[in-house]
Design a protein around this ligand. Structure first.
Ligand SMILES: *Cc1c(COP(=O)(O)O)cnc(C)c1O
Length: 456
């Protein structure tokens, strides 16, 4: 048998709770600090930005957080998502490895992001919020929140990184179709945006800047809150539906992953597939090798410093301990816009420090090589971000071939690339280049990290 195999769960198998890795961590997460006092923040400090339900999910140590039924009802539209055995890819590679991928491109917006957009919109609606503000890179998160806003009747304002706004006009059209307002960032609407434009009028933008703009707008209004598409504990928590389903599907396949691979921008799709397996390992289950793949042009996990830093460029957010390139670092404008973030989720950073995961970085052209090979064998065209996971999985499969051993490799195919065809056109035209980040700028951004005295 060489054709692809699909493992499908019925709707009753949509997880009933999210899995919280904090319950099983061998060492607790460092606290989140107030940017002024450097003292740990309390729930009230975050209340202007988030509804209390989400703030509590940020800090809870409970292992299982029940998923509200109205959220499961929306999940039902595309969950459980399929898991495939990539037999045609295995054959093309001539590898003895068993390659599996969980496909999150079946959601309405085409990625894993609605897994958290839907509960975030739900809890905000319940709290009486009228409008959500947010940032978006490639537009995946913006369109996911726009979809969730449409479902629960919330207005959504999206600050979209300028370079992506220009590169990906169809994502913007999708957000507008769902009823959201999309503003290129840096914009003239906020102090943070105006300050950046005053320095450089044609600034390409960054996720860090767009976050500042969205946070600033939310902080000013009683009926408006802010939603973040990655990085925060509650976002990673919501994504664990992916890994929980994958566990059940690997069981259907009568297999268990030896290696799990995910791409990391802010860390949410990676956490989604990894945390349930890692939790099982930490509770005494089978050990899994876990590989995070990031872009060489924005390598927070492999080249960043593990330090307290701001989540945004305008320094409006609390300080979190994470792998960071510095909040003022502007990554080059490569095509995987969803991976252009200066930091990494504190939880993913923490487990990297604990030695529970590995990280590698690849340049974009090598990732597109892998994505095109994947499309030609499996038929699904991955998002440029997902190409990093495909590349990581292929590398693992080739290692199996070299060593002559069969291992089970599971990766998260976190989204399709149907809105990213310009990137593929550039790739085929030979116009895709591997940009290096500016070493001097990185050094400057790292030198500018806030100095925090840590309790021993
Ligand atoms: C947003 C996005 C990413 C990066 O974000 P993570 O939080 O690291 O998952 C990766 N892939 C796709 C398809 C995305 O939309």
């Amino acid at each position: 048998m060489t054709d692809s195999v699909k493992y499908v769960l019925d709707e009753t198998r949509i997880p009933k709770s999210w899995y919280n890795l904090q319950a099983d961590l061998p060492k607790p997460l460092p606290p989140v600090l107030h940017p002024g006092t450097h003292k740990p923040v309390g729930p009230d400090d975050l209340a202007p930005l988030f509804p209390m339900d989400l703030i509590l999910q940020e800090v809870t140590q409970e292992r299982e957080i029940p998923i509200p039924e109205p959220v499961r009802d929306v999940y039902r539209q595309w969950r459980p998502s399929p898991l495939y055995r990539a037999r045609r890819l295995e054959k093309a590679l001539g590898t003895p490895a068993r390659i599996y991928y969980k496909y999150e491109g079946v959601s309405p917006s085409g990625s894993h992001k609605p897994n958290t957009a839907v509960p975030q919109a739900f809890y905000n609606k319940q709290a009486g919020v009228k409008k959500l503000t947010t940032e978006t890179g490639a537009g995946q998160w913006g369109s996911s929140l726009a979809f969730a806003g449409a479902v629960f009747g919330l207005a959504v304002d999206v600050y979209m990184v300028r370079v992506s706004y220009d590169q990906k006009p169809y994502r913007r059209a999708l957000m507008e179709t769902y009823g959201a307002r999309c503003v290129p960032s840096p914009s003239n609407e906020t102090q943070s945006g105006r300050a950046i434009l005053a320095q450089r009028n044609d600034h390409p933008g960054s996720l860090g800047i767009a976050i500042s703009e969205a946070v600033e707008m939310a902080a000013q209004r009683e009926d408006t809150k802010y939603a973040l598409g990655s990085v925060l504990n509650h976002v990673l928590l919501h994504q664990t539906v992916v890994g929980q389903e994958a566990m059940a599907q690997m069981e259907m396949a009568n297999d268990y992953p030896d290696v799990i691979v995910g791409c990391t921008g802010g860390g949410s799709n990676f956490a989604g597939i990894v945390f349930p397996f890692l939790g099982a390992q930490l509770r005494g289950g089978k050990k899994v090798r876990i590989v995070a793949v990031e872009p060489a042009a924005c390598p927070s996990l492999t080249r960043g410093k593990y330090a307290f830093d701001f989540g945004d460029t305008g320094h409006l957010t609390p300080l979190v301990k994470m792998h960071t390139l510095g909040s003022t670092f502007t990554p080059p404008g490569f095509h995987a816009g969803g991976l252009r973030y200066h930091g990494m989720a504190p939880m993913v950073s923490h487990i990297k420090e604990l030695g529970l995961i590995e990280a590698v970085a690849y340049h974009q052209t090598k990732c597109f090589d892998a994505g095109v090979m994947f499309a030609r064998s499996e038929g699904i065209l991955p998002a440029p971000e997902a190409n990093h996971a495909v590349k990581g999985a292929i590398e693992e499969a080739l290692k199996c071939k070299e060593e002559g051993v069969s291992r089970a490799i599971l990766f998260n195919l976190c989204g399709h690339g149907h809105f990213d065809m310009q990137a593929y056109m550039d790739y085929f035209a030979g116009r895709l280049t591997d940009q290096e980040y500016d070493e001097a700028e990185l050094a400057m951004a790292l030198a500018g990290l806030p100095s925090v005295k840590e309790a021993a």
